[in-house]
Write a protein of this length. Structure first.
Length: 115
């Protein structure tokens, strides 16, 4: 059974930073890719960033390019999302995702950007 456990969400002021973590229950090399998605109230879930576990190739939504960085620690089976220069429109529940032959999801962590 695959388990993805997110942590690191919270309340931050505009311009601030947060780092999200996603710990997988097994080796992340068992997945082709891992990533972060987010869902704001009343909006569909959208892709934020992905990383290929084999070579570290990354992909970002245009709205976060230059502000967010996705990375992985293979030894810890953990994927991170460093979020800088946060904006109110980044407020959402952030979900960790892992893809093998199907998608697996974490429970989500709330990120609120507000003054």
């Amino acid at each position: 059974q695959v388990q993805l456990v997110e942590s690191g969400g919270g309340l931050v002021q505009p311009g601030g930073s947060l780092r999200l973590s996603c710990a997988a229950s097994g080796s992340i090399f068992g997945f082709r890719a891992m990533g972060w998605y987010r869902q704001a109230p009343g909006k569909p879930r959208e892709l934020v960033a992905t990383i290929m576990t084999s070579d570290g190739t990354t992909n970002y939504a245009d709205s976060v390019k230059g502000r967010f960085t996705i990375s992985r620690d293979n030894a810890k089976n953990t994927v991170y999302l460093q979020m800088n220069d946060l904006k109110p429109e980044d407020t959402a529940v952030y979900y960790c995702n892992a893809f093998r032959t199907q998608h697996y999801w974490g429970q989500g962590t709330q990120v609120t950007v507000s003054s």
